[in-house]
Design a protein around this ligand. Structure first.
Ligand code: SF4
Length: 243
């Protein structure tokens, strides 16, 4: 990368302590050469995709098709991309040979969710991110205890890639208000009791009063699919120790 990643990420963090996600994104895309957005086209994804579409419709949007998604997600991905005029959605899939060798019957998720997520999500994304200087995620602090101190800007110590989390401090109310104001199409499963949507075998409905991610890997300790561990321990901007 032709610039000092630590200085750049710290500058972005300082310059955007209280700016809007749109201003933050526009400036970050200006300053970082090769950036992709990673989107699951899930329950909240339309917000960030709409912001991106207003800045650059040709920005690469990476969509991981694990081959275990709800059919509704696959349809929604196409419909939403068309609605927003996104012209550069790249679908990532697990490596066929690896899939054949490791999960030939498609049941790995029953015995080993970590290996399954690595095979179907993390490794395809890690391969696709090679060559990018940064990526945009839709993660938010309110979603899980593991995200409680999520910063707007992070650096992956192993790769030097910058992660941009423009909606880190947005809560559910703000997300819903934006979806309403921009009249964005909703993922059809939200109305059917799925406030957080991943792969079909690992996502269940959520009942009133439950945490919105409680339907993911229900009954297990697992809370994250692993794609956010790419590049290993995350250094927050301004920190030298990746810890
Ligand atoms: Fe496999 Fe479930 Fe992870 Fe999807 S969410 S990759 S089915 S373990």
């Amino acid at each position: 990368m032709p610039y000092d990643v630590t200085r750049l990420s710290t500058a972005l963090l300082n310059d955007h302590a209280d700016t809007t996600p749109q201003d933050f994104l526009a400036d970050a895309l200006d300053r970082i050469a090769h950036v992709a957005m990673v989107s699951s086209f899930g329950a909240d994804s339309a917000v960030l995709l709409h912001m991106i579409a207003q800045i650059d419709r040709a920005l690469p949007v990476l969509f991981i098709d694990t081959l275990a998604l709800f059919p509704e997600t696959v349809r929604y991905q196409k419909d939403l991309a068309a609605h927003l005029g996104l012209s550069n959605v790249v679908t990532l899939s697990p490596d066929r040979e690896e899939l054949f060798l490791t999960d030939p019957d498609g049941l790995l998720h029953r015995s080993d969710t970590e290996s399954c997520c690595q095979l179907r999500k993390a490794r395809p994304l890690a391969r696709a991110l090679q060559g990018y200087d940064g990526w945009i995620t839709g993660r938010k602090r309110h979603q899980a205890a593991t995200r409680a101190d999520l910063a707007r800007v992070e650096v992956e110590p192993e790769t030097g890639r910058i992660r941009l989390n423009p909606l880190a401090d947005w809560g559910s109310e703000r997300i819903r208000a934006y979806l309403d104001e921009a009249e964005l199409p909703r993922h059809p499963l939200v109305a059917r009791g799925y406030p957080s949507i991943g792969c079909q075998p690992c996502t269940t409905r959520v009942i009133s009063g439950e945490d919105e991610r409680s339907g993911r890997w229900r009954g297990t300790e697992k809370t994250e699919c692993g794609i956010h561990f790419i590049g290993k321990g995350i250094a927050r901007a301004g920190q030298e120790d990746a810890a």
